[in-house]
Design a protein. Structure first.
Lengths: 491, 528
């Protein structure tokens, strides 16, 4: 393809272009903005995400390959883009007042969020493994910095260091995996790997080894067992709005890449990865839920809960059918909304210096701030999987897709669903524990409720609305997820 | 001919939820108006639900007033309908809710708005459970009943409320999540969530034996926990004892029936083979529950716990009646569900009225109460008599029908169960004696006020219901008969099916699962 045409592909990469552009503009004008006005940069970044959503809309109108097929703008990519950009937008809304409160209001924060989101966008649309690697690095490196953004807090530094070191290892695993897949198939294009593997029966051992390493690398990024150890520390140490972002968007983007690699490249070799996913799912659910049971810190509890949720996503992932992809996508949308919502509420309740994070600190919130408590309960109940919330339908479709695949995988997958079901009851205990504290316990005396900042309220409101919408009227989102899934496999 | 009322069931289901929306607009310290609006809404709901009786055709088998709309995707529908089994359970719900609101009039002082909202949300959810004909919709309503009840016990309950409410919700969720898996599995097999569709699918094919047993087991476990069937009953005494009066009334009056209703609506008709295979075991558990519940109730020192254990015993009768697979017994079981709702609900109301005065449930703290409170205690006796099945009150009809039908099918079951009826006379009359008769042992009790006008209204309403159901039972059973017959027919058909009869039908359907497993299925039938 001649160079001039390359530029014409830009509309297929519109969301990333917009996000990067806004990020660069923020970096450029940051030195000229006085400290008192840095908030405005936050709003600029928010505007960037809104424009990026329009960019997603544009990209949606021009499906097809871009840049020598490095990027594939299909419905699947569009779906994940929407999740990522919305999560970033909500995280930014949650950050504006948080940064003021903590005295770390800086322009580069917002730029980093936008760059991270752009990286995740590339991750979601990548049709080539090295391109995916670039997206992964873009989002990871931005995240390392963001996690350590509370420079003067030891926990934040520790989290950043831990995340950086382990994250680099994971990235190296991923890269090794790519190299081996290339060695086995002679290509790094996701769809061409598929063709190469189809021609080469049996599947070369080198390719399987490469897939294993990719699984390790990406498994680290989506925080599934046995690569989850760092997760709670990082989530707890990071500034809460950053945790909001970390727990949501990168998971969606990385799961998207995992779907592409596993379903498209290695779709014909699902017998090789089914058991890895199965074991990882079981471990992830049990570790996440059992560890969450004993937490007293809400942020840490929510961190373990997101590990557990990655496990439920793996249940749908294990299905290895088109229905499974749709279920993963729907689950991701539901998960991001409720998780972002929950962390945003914690952003406010943590108060200055993130000191109020123990579950008993929230005692009596139900009477002190009924609306905030109601929203928090909604997110918690949705994470629990109560009907009429997004979380329930996420689990429902995940279990359904898994059971539907029992003709492929036999009773193993039925047991997986049963284990997942039992796990969601274990999960009920710790989510309800917070509700007990908020509503049933004696109100804590030392907390005078502070008003929720308008930007944050708006973000929480959007998340709550989305959680209910997906829970009660999921038809459209589900149909969208189904079409997105079809766009991936039927290529 | 009554004109068709296309939206009646939706109105019945969601009217309480609409009134919640109205309550949200009231200021939370405007207690008077919150109470009035909640009461008015629940009375309006009761009136609307009575319209069901007018249009109900008791000769018709199958569902009436049905509503059918697309909801999610291709397979999940918003499908409502009512038949002879669910009709009166809906009416029971709409009857007990205003009573529960009235009994909380003064005793609930904190967060009044939240309380009435919870109560009305529960009403919608429970009615939804009774009316849903789509398994997905059913499950949504089923789970929705939990959270408001969780709040109701946890926020307005007594000392050990948090322990009780967590126990309650974890028990029930454990059961229901496995039911969800079973629902999904059924969907995988039949391709639909619609009850009619699944019913048709299942009667046209023979599931592998273990599959049917597992599916039946998953459904039955969820319902048995809810009922609760011995030995899954341990959440119930705690939940009842710690719940506020209205919570106990709703819990005992309607929520336990969600379990027996589920058994009758799903377990038995969908899996008649597994049901009749498991019937002996379940019958034994039900009888243990009847006797055990009665014995434990006898030795309670806490009045509310005593009433709670009577539920274990009485619900044992209901389960026994269902698994006798005899039309009269099942009619009796449904009737007993209604009776239990009214009588035990009324017992809890009485206990609650005592609690409002003395703030204790300890029987030792009472004694000789008939002297200061003759009216309240007379009603208490009347209710106790109805609960212990004295003719011509309602309890007698239900228990008699159950025992009669069960006797025809299993002599031994009926004779064991009858001992429970005797025991109920012991514990209830003894409790009445200790509370109402004899000398006044605690000085404070001398000056207790008798029933207020509000309490009299409640008690009279309950007493009228008890008497009416005692003397006018044909009005009820007549409308149940067609639906019950169709359930019984399914089980009998399976039990009597000669081994060869189902083979052509299997062949016609030609599903590979059925034919692959047919030897096992045949073996099962052979054993029967």
């Amino acid at each position: 393809m001649p160079g001039a045409n390359q530029l014409l592909n830009l509309h297929r990469l519109m969301p990333e272009a917009v996000l990067c552009l806004f990020g660069i503009v923020i970096m450029a004008i940051d030195p000229f903005v006085s400290a008192a006005r840095k908030r405005a940069l936050g709003w600029l970044a928010f505007a960037g995400t809104v424009v990026a959503l329009l960019g997603v809309h544009v990209a949606n109108h021009f499906p097809g390959p871009a840049y020598d097929n490095l990027i594939s703008t299909d419905l699947f990519s569009v779906f994940v883009h929407v999740i990522v950009v919305v999560a970033a937008a909500l995280a930014i809304l949650g950050s504006i007042d948080y940064l003021d409160r903590e005295g770390i209001q800086r322009g580069e924060y917002y730029a980093l969020v936008l760059f991270a989101a752009a990286g995740m966008g590339i991750l979601a649309g990548a049709n080539e493994l090295v391109t995916a690697f670039i997206g992964l690095e873009m989002s990871s490196i931005s995240s390392y910095v963001l996690v350590g953004f509370r420079r003067r807090v030891a926990a934040s530094n520790e989290a950043s260091m831990k995340y950086f070191l382990l994250g680099s290892f994971a990235t190296a695993f991923f890269l090794y995996g790519i190299a081996m897949v290339y060695g086995a198939t002679g290509t790094t294009y996701i769809d061409k790997v598929q063709a190469a593997l189809q021609n080469a029966a049996p599947v070369p051992a080198l390719a399987i080894l490469g897939l294993g390493l990719i699984f390790v690398g990406l498994g680290f990024k989506v925080v599934i067992a046995p690569f989850q150890v760092y997760g709670p520390d990082v989530y707890e140490g990071a500034p809460t709005p950053v945790t909001t972002l970390l727990a949501s968007a990168p998971k969606a983007a990385t799961f998207a890449l995992m779907l592409r690699v596993f379903y498209v490249s290695f779709g014909g070799a699902s017998e090789f990865w089914f058991w890895a996913v199965w074991i990882s799912a079981v471990l992830t659910m049990f570790i996440g839920n059992l560890a969450a049971l004993v937490q007293t810190n809400v942020k840490r509890m929510l961190a373990y809960s997101s590990i557990a949720h990655a496990g439920y996503i793996l249940v749908a992932f294990a299905a290895s059918t088109s229905l499974g992809i749709a279920a993963v996508l729907f689950y991701l949308a539901a998960y991001v909304l409720m998780k972002v919502g929950a962390f945003l509420v914690v952003t406010h309740l943590g108060q200055q210096g993130e000191k109020r994070l123990a579950i008993q600190d929230y005692a009596g919130l139900g009477t002190k701030q009924p609306v905030l408590a109601a929203c928090f309960s909604l997110f918690l109940l949705s994470l629990l999987g109560l009907p009429a919330t997004a979380g329930f339908l996420g689990k429902f479709f995940a279990f359904q897709s898994a059971l539907d695949a029992h003709s492929v995988h036999g009773t193993a997958i039925i047991w997986l669903v049963v284990i997942a079901a039992i796990n969601s009851v274990i999960g009920a205990y710790y989510y309800l524990h917070v509700i007990i504290s908020m509503y049933f316990a004696e109100p804590s005396r030392d907390y005078a409720p502070t008003a929720v900042a308008p930007a944050l309220s708006f973000a929480i409101f959007i998340a709550a609305l989305g959680t209910l919408y997906l829970g009660i009227l999921p038809s459209q989102a589900l149909a969208f997820a189904q079409r997105a899934a079809d766009s991936l496999t039927l290529r | 001919m009554v004109p068709p009322q296309p939206f009646l069931l939706s109105v019945v289901t969601f009217l309480p939820l609409l009134s919640v929306a109205a309550l949200l607009f009231l200021r939370s310290d405007d207690h008077a108006w919150i109470r009035r609006i909640a009461l008015a809404a629940s009375l309006a709901e009761f009136a609307v639900s009575l319209l069901l009786l007018r249009g109900f055709d008791s000769a018709k088998v199958g569902y009436q007033f049905t509503e059918y709309h697309h909801w999610i995707g291709e397979t999940i529908y918003y499908h409502l309908g009512v038949d002879g089994i669910s009709l009166f359970l809906v009416l029971l719900t709409t009857f007990l809710t205003p009573v529960a609101i009235l009994c909380s009039w003064e005793s609930i002082r904190e967060n009044v708005k939240g309380f009435f909202i919870a109560l009305l949300v529960i009403e919608t959810a429970m009615i939804g459970v009774f009316l849903s004909l789509d398994l997905f919709l059913f499950f949504v309503f089923w789970e929705l009943t939990l959270i408001p009840m969780y709040f109701m016990i946890g926020m307005w309950g007594h000392e050990r409320r948090i322990y009780a409410t967590v126990k309650f919700i974890l028990y029930t969720m454990f059961g229901s999540i496995l039911m969800l898996v079973a629902i999904l599995w059924l969907n995988g097999l039949s391709g639909t969530f619609d009850l009619d569709g699944i019913q048709q699918f299942l009667s046209g094919t023979t599931l592998p034996h273990t599959t049917e047993l597992l599916l039946f087991g998953a459904f039955f476990l969820a319902f048995a926990i809810k009922v609760p069937l011995f030995p899954l009953h341990t959440w119930l005494p705690d939940a009842h004892t710690e719940a506020p009066t209205a919570g106990s009334v709703i819990l005992a009056g309607v929520m336990l029936k969600l379990g027996t209703y589920g058994i009758l609506r799903f377990c038995v008709p969908l899996f008649p083979r597994a049901a009749s295979e498991m019937a002996p075991a379940i019958g034994v558990l039900a009888i243990i529950g009847i006797v055990y519940g009665a014995l434990v109730a006898t030795v309670q020192t806490d009045l509310k716990r005593l009433v709670a254990y009577t539920s274990v015993s009485h619900l044992g009768f209901v389960v026994l009646g269902i698994f006798a697979f005899h039309t009269t017994a099942i009619q009796g079981a449904i009737y007993q569900m209604l009776n239990h709702g009214v009588s035990t609900g009324a017992l809890f109301l009485g206990v609650g009225m005592l609690y409002d005065r003395r703030h204790t449930h300890d029987i030792k703290q009472f004694g000789g109460l008939a002297t200061p409170m003759p009216v309240l205690m007379s009603f208490f006796l009347f209710i106790a008599l109805s609960s212990l099945a004295l003719p011509p009150l309602n309890g007698f009809i239900g228990e008699f029908m159950i025992l009669f039908g069960t006797y025809i099918r299993h002599h031994a079951w009926a004779s064991w169960a009858a001992s429970g009826a005797v025991l109920s006379a012991i514990y209830l009359l003894w409790a009445y004696q200790r509370v109402a008769l004899g000398e006044i042992t605690v000085e404070k009790n001398r000056t207790l006020p008798d029933a207020s006008t509000r309490e009299r209204i409640i008690l009279v309403a309950m007493a009228v219901a008890i008497l009416f159901m005692g003397v006018a039972s044909p009005l009820f059973t007549r409308r149940m008969e067609a639906s019950v017959d169709s359930v019984v027919a399914r089980v009998i058909a399976v039990q009597n099916a000669p081994q060869a009869a189902s083979i052509p039908c299997m062949g016609a359907k030609g599903t590979n699962t059925a034919s692959a497993d047919s030897p096992a299925a045949l073996q099962t039938r052979g054993r029967e």
